[in-house]
Design a protein around this ligand. Structure first.
Ligand SMILES: *Cc1c(COP(=O)(O)O)cnc(C)c1O
Length: 434
C-alpha cells in the first residue's frame, strides 16, 4: 500500500469519481512497489516529476515554440519550455534543444527528416545485435522510408573485443555504401561507445553522425559515460530511462541551421501540439539531473550493474562481451543450462516478483519470441536505494528460480522474500511520507 500523502489523496480523489479506474491505478502502484524492476529502460520518477505531469499544463494548446505560438495564453508555457530547454543544454553542454518530442522514436523521426531525404541510406546496428526498432526495422518508418545498411559486432569468440562494435567494419560498411548518416547509440549494448571514432568515420565520407543516447542519457549527462557532444551533429534521447524524467524525447545539436530544420521537422512535420505537462515534468527532471546527487546516483547505477553481472558470472551465467560499462547487461542463459530460454526465464522471474525482459544475444540461434538471453538493468533498483549487497541477493534469487525450472513453490517463496526487500527500499512516490 502507498504511504505518500499526495499520491494517496490523488488516488482518493480519482476513486471518488471513478472507482473502476482508481482500482487499476492503485493495483499498478502496488505492483511497482512490491516487485524488483530490472528492465533496463525503466526507472521510478520522483514525486515532483510525477506530479508535474499531473498539473494544469495539460489543459493548453501550445503549438509552435516559445515566443512564436499559434494560440494565445502561452506566457507561462513559454517560460516552462524555455526552462526545460536551458536545463537540457546545460546538462549535455550543447547550444540547441527541442524538448517537445512525445517519445524517443519521434525524436528520431524528426532527426531523420532534418538530415536525410526519403530513400537516403544510413548506417546503424541491427536490432538483433542491440539496435532499436527506429534504427531501420522494415516495419518501422526508419526502414520503410529510408534505406538502412548495418554494421557488425565482432562475432569471433577468440577476438579480444568479442560482441563489441567492430569499428574497422563500421568504416568498411560506410566507405562501401556512403550513407548520408551514421547512427550510434543502442538499446541493448553494455559497452562504452567511442563517439570520436564514429565522428572520424563520418567525416571521411561527409556523413552526419546521429547519436541516439536513449538508454545512457543520464550517464552521459554526468560524465559516467562519455558525452556525444561535441562529436555528434545531432543527439536524440528519451527522457524516461537513465535520465529518470517523464516519458518523452529530446533532440539536441550545436548547429544553428540544423536546429531550425529539427524544429520544423518535429512541428509541424511530425507532431501537433506538444504535451506541455510532460515538458513541465522534463524541466523538473532536468533540474534534478543537474544536482550533484544525480551524478552519485549514476555512478551507483554502474557499480550496481557490475555487481549484478559479476554475481551472475560467479553462478555460471555468461554476460555478453564479458561484462558491462553502463547500466545494463545481456545474460546468456545457455551457459548455465543449454535448455534455458529467455521466454521461460522472463515468465518464471515475473512469477517471483522480478521483472525482466527476454532479449536476443548476438548471433542468437533462437527466434525473438524465445531467445537465449535476458536483458537486465540497474536504474530502477538504484533509484530505490539498493546497493551491491542487494544485487548479490537478486542474483541469488534469479539463480534459484531458474535452477528450479520455474517451480511454483520456489517462485512463491522468492516472491515473498522479494516483497520484503522491496518494503525496505520503497519506490520514491511511496517513500515520501518517510
Ligand atoms: C527506447 C529507445 C528509443 C525509443 O523510445 P520510445 O520513447 O519508446 O519511442 C529510441 N532509441 C533507442 C536506442 C532506445 O533504446
Amino acid at each position: 500500500m502507498s504511504h505518500d500523502p499526495i499520491t494517496d489523496s490523488i488516488l482518493d480523489l480519482i476513486r471518488s469519481q471513478d472507482p473502476e479506474a482508481a482500482e487499476i491505478i492503485a493495483a499498478e502502484q502496488d505492483r511497482q512497489h512490491s516487485t524488483i524492476e530490472l528492465i533496463a529502460s525503466e526507472n521510478h520518477v520522483s514525486p515532483a516529476v510525477q506530479h508535474a505531469m499531473g498539473s494544469c499544463l495539460t489543459n493548453k494548446y501550445a503549438e509552435g515554440y516559445p515566443g512564436a505560438r499559434y494560440y494565445g495564453g502561452c506566457e507561462f508555457h513559454d517560460q516552462i519550455e524555455r526552462l526545460a530547454q536551458d536545463r537540457a543544454k546545460e546538462l549535455f553542454g550543447c547550444q540547441y534543444a527541442n524538448v517537445q518530442p512525445h517519445s524517443g522514436a519521434q525524436a528520431n523521426m524528426a532527426a531523420f527528416m532534418s538530415i536525410m531525404n526519403p530513400g537516403d541510406t544510413f548506417a546503424s546496428l541491427v536490432l538483433k545485435d542491440g539496435g532499436h526498432l527506429s534504427h531501420g526495422m522494415k516495419i518501422n518508418f526508419s526502414g520503410r522510408f529510408y534505406t538502412p545498411v548495418h554494421y557488425p559486432l565482432h562475432y569471433e569468440k577468440s577476438h579480444p573485443e568479442f560482441e563489441q562494435i567492430d569499428y574497422d567494419a563500421v568504416r568498411d560498411v560506410c566507405l562501401e555504401h556512403k550513407p548520408k548518416a551514421i547512427l550510434c547509440g543502442y538499446s541493448a549494448y553494455p559497452r562504452v561507445i567511442d563517439f570520436a571514432r564514429f565522428r572520424a568515420i563520418a567525416d571521411e565520407i561527409g556523413a552526419y553522425l546521429l547519436a541516439d543516447i536513449a538508454h545512457i542519457a543520464g550517464l552521459c549527462a554526468t560524465d559516467v559515460h562519455p558525452n556525444p557532444f561535441p562529436h555528434a551533429h545531432v543527439v536524440t534521447t528519451t527522457t524516461h530511462k537513465t535520465l529518470r524524467g517523464p516519458r518523452g524525447g529530446l533532440v539536441m545539436t550545436n548547429d544553428e541551421e540544423l536546429s531550425k530544420k529539427i524544429n520544423r521537422s518535429l512541428f509541424p512535420g511530425v507532431q501537433g501540439g506538444p504535451l506541455m505537462h510532460v515538458v513541465g515534468a522534463k524541466a523538473v527532471a532536468f533540474g534534478e539531473a543537474l544536482k550533484p546527487e544525480f551524478r552519485t546516483y549514476c555512478e551507483q547505477v554502474v557499480t550496481n550493474a557490475r555487481a549484478l553481472a559479476s554475481a551472475l558470472t560467479e553462478r555460471g551465467y555468461r554476460i555478453t562481451s564479458g561484462g558491462t560499462d553502463n547500466h545494463l547487461m545481456l545474460v546468456d542463459l545457455t551457459a548455465r543450462d543449454e535448455n534455458l530460454t529467455g521466454a521461460d526465464a522472463e515468465a518464471w522471474l515475473e512469477a517471483s516478483g522480478i521483472i525482466t525482459n527476454k532479449n536476443g544475444i548476438p548471433d542468437d540461434p533462437r527466434p525473438p519470441r524465445v531467445t537465449s538471453g535476458l536483458r537486465l538493468g540497474s536504474p530502477a533498483t538504484t533509484t530505490r536505494g539498493m546497493g551491491e549487497a542487494e544485487m548479490v541477493k537478486i542474483a541469488d534469487w534469479i539463480d534459484r528460480v531458474l535452477d528450479d525450472g520455474g517451480d511454483e513453490a520456489t517462485c512463491s517463496i522468492v516472491r515473498g522474500e522479494v516483497a520484503a526487500l522491496c518494503a525496505e527500499f520503497p519506490m520514491p512516490s511511496v517513500a515520501m511520507a518517510g
